[in-house]
Every structure is written in structure tokens, then in C-alpha cells.
Write a protein that binds this ligand. Structure first.
Ligand SMILES: [Zn+2]
Ligand SMILES: [Zn+2]
Length: 359
């Protein structure tokens, strides 16, 4: 049986390293129980702290059974490390930890625990009334993404003129300063109010000009992307079947020296997906004498197949079209044959694969 306590007494740092490195051989629970049950009380709690702290740094989950104990140990030996520990561990009991921090007057730790408990109003009250740190309060409320909490913040500040002042300085992007000004009771003297109002206005100017700048950038991006999109959409879609493809490849390799004006030399967006076959019935287009529809997504269909499935789809989910419906609508263009011209005036066609697939 290892004598953990004795090792620690010789050189606690090296002993801790040794125990951490060999934590697979000597389980943390074994080390902890030896340290807790030693008759030699000396510094065993401090050793325990050192060990659990190092263990937590190596693996935050390895000593999770002792995290409640660790809260007490941090308070005792290294209060500064408590908050980082509280933030990164998921294994301590919130109520117990809160009780300890409350007893020791550890305010920021209390705020954090209350926040994690979901008790953000009480947390805010601790920040405002005990820490008296309005900037932290603003930061806290910003992090919580809860509009009611802003109300709470204003209400809790109203009887503290200095805090109202600081609050006014932090409104940009969060609060309407006019709203706060209206809430302030008559006769309340707010220090440096003039300077603060000037700052608010300057901040708003800066924000407005920033937004204008962003809008300009956005517009330019829209134009550039539209141009790019248009250029993409202008390109041809090659509608060949696989046998033709293979033959032309053979021809091309045979006559590699001779430059022939073929489809290959022109700007072709891409071939239809499904290699010259209808995406509904998978027949090659060449074997049916039916007109063909190709969408910009490179899916191609027999007009007849597309009409059939559009009809069944529209009866199945009538009126379920979301706001994005229009995105996938393409004008029906007559191609190749025009013996199906009667459908040209019908409803807009859309690619079945791209509108029904969830991807
Ligand atoms: Zn088909
Ligand atoms: Zn498609």
C-alpha cells in the first residue's frame, strides 16, 4: 500500500506530479481517502488541495466526485482560483457552493453561481448593491440576453445617482437612453450629466456612421455577387448521354493535335447531374421523344415526368410553401421541341430534387 501522506511530506510538489502521472495505477479516490483519513493531520488538507487542483488541471472530470470538497479547499487555500474552477467544472453542487461563498463573502463567485442557477435577478442585485460595480452589471446583463433584466437593472439603479450616470454611458447598442432619462425621478441629481449626454450623442453618431459604412459594404457585396451569379447562370449546361461522352473522349484523344470546335472548347457550366438521364424516371433522354427541362441546378427532367410529380406534390402539400418558396422558382423555358407548348403557360416549374429534399 502506497503511503501518500509520507510522500507528500517529503516533497509535496514532486509527490503530486508522481500521483498525477500514475493516476491510472493509484485512483484519485484512493489518494483522497488516504489524505482524509491520515492520523497525521499536519498539512493533509493542503496536500489534498494541491493534488485535486493538479488533477483538475490535467483532467477536469477525473476528480469530479470531489468537486464539492474542492470548492471548500479553494476558499481555504487559493480563493483566486475559485472562480475559474467554478466556471470550468460542471460537477459541484450549486447550492452548497453558494452557501460557502455567501459565508465567506465571495461576491463575484456568488454572482457566477446565482447566474448558473438561473437566478439572474438576485445575481444582479449582488453586483449592484454589494459589489457596486455598474460596469460589471451591464456586462452581466448583456451576457444574459434577457430584456427583462435590463428593466431590472434600471430599477435597481434608480436610487443611486452615480449608477444612473454610469448606466447612461453604457447604453449604446443596449438601451434607449431616453427611456432611462424618463425613468429617472424628478429632482435626482446625476453627477456630470452634461458630459455624459454629450458622450451618448457622440457614441450614437459613431454608431450611425458605422452602420452606414456597413450598409455600403453590404450593397457592394450584393452587386458583386449578383454579377457573379449572373455570369454563372449564363453558362451552358451540357445535356449529353454517357455513350456520346465516351465516344467524344476517344475522338478527342485520337485527334489531340487537331483543334476542333467542340462543346469541350466552349464555356460549359457543367453537365447535367445524372449523366443525360431524367432525374425522375432515370431513362436516358435519347430514348424518349419528349421535351426536356434543365434547371440551373443541373437537374434535368422529362417534361412529362416533372409535370406528373409536380401535380402529386401540389395536391399533397397545398399551401405549405414557406417564405423561401420563390427562391427555387424558375421560368419555364421552351427548349428543343415545342410539341408540348400547351404547358408553357402553366404554373412555374421547379426542380423536384432541390425543392423537396431537405438538404
Ligand atoms: Zn423521365
Ligand atoms: Zn435541382
Amino acid at each position: 500500500m502506497m503511503q501518500v501522506v509520507q510522500l507528500m511530506m517529503v516533497d509535496c510538489k514532486q509527490a503530486v506530479n508522481l500521483l498525477i502521472q500514475n493516476r491510472d495505477l493509484i485512483a484519485p479516490s484512493e489518494v483522497v481517502s488516504q489524505l482524509l483519513n491520515t492520523r497525521n493531520k499536519c498539512d493533509s488538507r493542503y496536500f489534498l488541495h494541491l493534488y485535486l487542483h493538479s488533477l483538475f488541471e490535467v483532467n477536469p472530470h477525473a476528480g469530479k466526485d470531489f468537486h464539492d470538497m474542492q470548492v471548500e479547499l479553494y476558499v481555504e487555500y487559493e480563493p483566486k482560483m475559485l472562480l475559474p474552477f467554478l466556471r470550468s467544472s460542471q460537477h459541484y453542487t450549486l447550492e452548497k457552493a453558494y452557501e460557502i461563498c455567501d459565508r465567506r463573502d465571495l461576491l463575484r463567485e456568488q454572482v457566477f453561481i446565482l447566474g448558473r442557477m438561473g437566478n439572474s435577478k438576485q445575481a444582479l442585485a449582488v453586483i449592484i448593491n454589494e459589489l457596486g460595480d455598474i460596469e460589471e452589471a451591464v456586462e452581466f446583463v448583456t451576457m444574459q440576453h434577457d430584456d427583462d433584466l435590463w428593466e431590472e437593472l434600471i430599477h435597481q439603479c434608480l436610487h443611486k445617482p452615480e449608477m444612473v450616470g454610469v448606466l447612461l454611458e453604457h447604453t449604446v447598442g443596449n438601451l434607449d437612453p431616453l427611456y432611462i432619462v424618463n425613468m429617472v425621478p424628478n429632482g435626482l441629481e446625476i453627477p456630470r450629466l452634461r458630459d455624459r449626454l454629450v458622450k451618448i450623442i457622440t457614441d450614437y453618431r459613431t454608431e450611425t456612421s458605422l452602420r452606414h459604412g456597413c450598409n455600403d459594404i453590404l450593397k457592394a457585396d450584393c452587386v458583386n455577387l449578383s454579377v457573379k451569379y449572373y455570369n454563372e447562370a449564363k453558362r451552358a449546361v451540357c445535356l449529353s448521354n454517357e455513350e456520346d461522352d465516351a465516344r467524344s473522349k476517344r475522338d478527342a484523344s485520337r485527334a489531340s493535335q487537331v483543334i476542333t470546335p467542340s462543346v469541350r472548347n466552349m464555356e460549359v457550366k457543367s453537365k447535367t447531374r445524372g449523366g443525360g438521364r431524367c432525374c425522375m424516371c432515370f431513362d436516358p433522354f435519347s430514348i424518349q421523344n419528349v421535351s426536356v427541362v434543365v434547371f440551373f441546378c443541373c437537374h434535368a427532367y422529362h417534361t412529362t415526368c416533372l409535370m406528373e410529380s409536380t401535380e402529386t406534390n401540389s395536391t399533397n402539400k397545398k399551401g405549405t410553401g414557406g417564405p423561401s418558396e420563390g427562391l427555387y422558382e424558375y421560368e419555364y423555358e421552351e427548349e428543343q421541341e415545342d410539341d408540348n407548348g400547351s404547358e408553357a403557360g402553366g404554373p412555374r416549374m421547379r426542380c423536384i430534387l432541390c425543392t423537396t429534399a431537405t438538404s
